[in-house]
Design a protein around this ligand. Structure first.
Ligand SMILES: Nc1nc2c(ncn2[C@@H]2O[C@H](COP(=O)(O)OP(=O)(O)OP(=O)(O)O)[C@@H](O)[C@H]2O)c(=O)[nH]1
Ligand SMILES: [Mg+2]
Length: 440
């Protein structure tokens, strides 16, 4: 997905991570690399200037939190700014028990009808009762296509082959499903029209008629610069409440579509990743930015961590954030990482690691973790709570007990101290930062 953009961004990151001194010159070069990549991916020029100016300013002016290398901090800035242009974390929530109308808009071939099929099924699976209205009276065959798509999920489609007035079909269809107390009614509309103006007018009128809770704009992800203008035009005719970007499975550049979010100020809610009915993914800007940057799927990691439902988590986190992390807490973190599955997978999920580690032997990382565990297990409870008491005679004893040498124990204590500083510094910066520092 968006291979070009991803390669370019990751190349720029690799370069800055490998730069010896991060000075003004290095930052400027990094920003130039970014600009080149974004422009090549069809991102709107104004947007490229906007994002690169912000990144440069922040990279030059901000001080990284204690313990975080400047180069890592710059990557974090890039990540945040990329996520920012893709809009807010989505707020797409539909209540049950009352009828909410979703109006689909988009130019011809953008993927509206396919997306109606996907979205209705997606919502049905989440326990909503769903009705679909076929208000594309312009294109012959539109209704048949819609019925075919929805029949696989057993979703009822309201349509009228003989009716030529899209507004009237839309209104009657919505009324019909209101009568059936559906939670959601999705209205598919035409994309093909005599001219753009009449299409936009039609959207405006249908919208007035059916009062949608959401007017969603469907954008073809393989389209370039036009997406920005298109999104603006639709947004003026009928304010866009959310975006769905389709065809992100192809090798398309995608940058234009991402810019549509900036043009409307609306969030991307879903992305289409294939022609099949289940090829619809919930979109999260932070997760997507993470993917683009090769930072892996942060959100997935966080969700996984949450799923583990470990005891007294809050207490531990509070302690770590206040700089009072004990070695017991560190041990607990190591255990959590282990529990979450294969280290390789986890490392891919942790920002910084997927690129910073490169090809480093992951097996040796795993061995390191075991080693640390043995050392910690050989400490007394008092020592784990108060590591400052660890003088050289205590370390010798621990070395004997764990079968490791003193240098390794010192090394672990050093890492522990670093982690402690970083955890403290990250206080209030949210889980994203927290997870970043979790990596030893
Ligand atoms: N690869 C891929 N193809 C898609 C995706 N979404 C839609 N398509 C394809 O794009 C083409 C157009 O899709 P439609 O859903 O008919 O588009 P539309 O916006 O309803 O088009 P009109 O009704 O003519 O305005 C179809 O061949 C779909 O299979 C996607 O996410 N990935
Ligand atoms: Mg259609």
């Amino acid at each position: 997905m968006l291979d070009k953009l991803r390669e370019g961004l990751q190349g720029a990151i690799k370069k800055i991570l490998g730069t010896a001194t991060i000075d003004e010159e290095a930052i400027k070069e990094f920003v130039k690399d970014l600009q080149r990549t974004l422009l090549q991916s069809d991102v709107n020029v104004k947007l490229v200037i906007d994002i690169s100016t912000r990144i440069e300013k922040r990279a030059l002016e901000e001080n990284p939190p204690a313990g975080l290398p400047r180069r890592d901090h710059i990557v974090t800035i890039l990540y945040e700014e990329l996520a920012r242009i893709m809009g807010e974390e989505q707020k797409f929530s539909i209540p049950k028990g009352m009828t909410s109308v979703i109006l689909m808009m988009g130019i011809q071939g953008s993927g509206k009808t396919t997306t109606v099929g996907k979205l209705s099924r997606h919502l049905l699976k989440r326990g909503y009762s769903v009705g679909v209205v076929g208000a594309d009276t312009f294109r012959p065959g539109a209704l048949v296509q819609l019925r075919t798509l929805c029949s696989t999920s057993g979703i009822e489609v309201y349509g009228d082959e003989k009716e030529k007035g899209s507004i009237s079909v839309a209104a009657r269809g919505v009324e019909y499903f209101r009568g059936l107390n559906k939670d959601v009614v999705i209205v598919d509309t035409a994309g093909r029209h005599k001219e753009e103006r009449s299409l936009l007018d039609e959207m405006k009128t249908i919208s007035k008629k059916v009062s949608p809770a959401y007017s969603l704009l469907v954008i073809d992800g393989t389209m370039g610069q036009q997406s920005f203008k298109q999104a603006e035009a639709f947004h003026r005719a009928n304010p866009v409440g959310g975006l769905i970007i389709t065809k992100l499975d192809g090798g398309g550049k995608g940058g234009g579509a991402l810019a549509a979010a900036a043009a409307t100020g609306a969030s991307i809610l879903y992305i289409g990743t294939g022609e099949r009915i289940d090829d619809l993914e919930l979109f999260s800007p932070t997760r997507f930015a993470g993917r683009l940057l090769g930072m892996g799927d942060l959100k997935a990691l966080l969700e996984k961590a949450k799923d583990l439902e470990t005891e007294a988590d809050d207490e531990k986190i509070k302690r770590m954030m206040s700089g009072k992390m004990t070695i017991d807490d560190l041990y607990y973190q190591l255990e959590q990482i282990k529990k979450m599955g294969s280290i390789r997978k986890i490392l891919e999920l942790v920002p910084g690691f997927s690129t910073a580690l490169g090809d480093k032997d992951l097996k040796s990382v795993e061995e390191d973790m075991d080693k640390w565990k043995f050392i910690i297990q050989s400490m007394s409870k008092h020592e784990r709570q108060n590591p400052d008491v660890l003088n050289s005679s205590r370390m010798r004893r621990i070395a004997r007990g764990s079968g490791r040498n003193e240098r390794e124990i010192k090394d672990l204590l050093q890492r522990y101290k670093q982690a402690k500083v970083v955890f403290k510094a990250s206080r209030g910066r949210g889980m994203k930062q927290f997870m970043k520092k979790l990596a030893p």
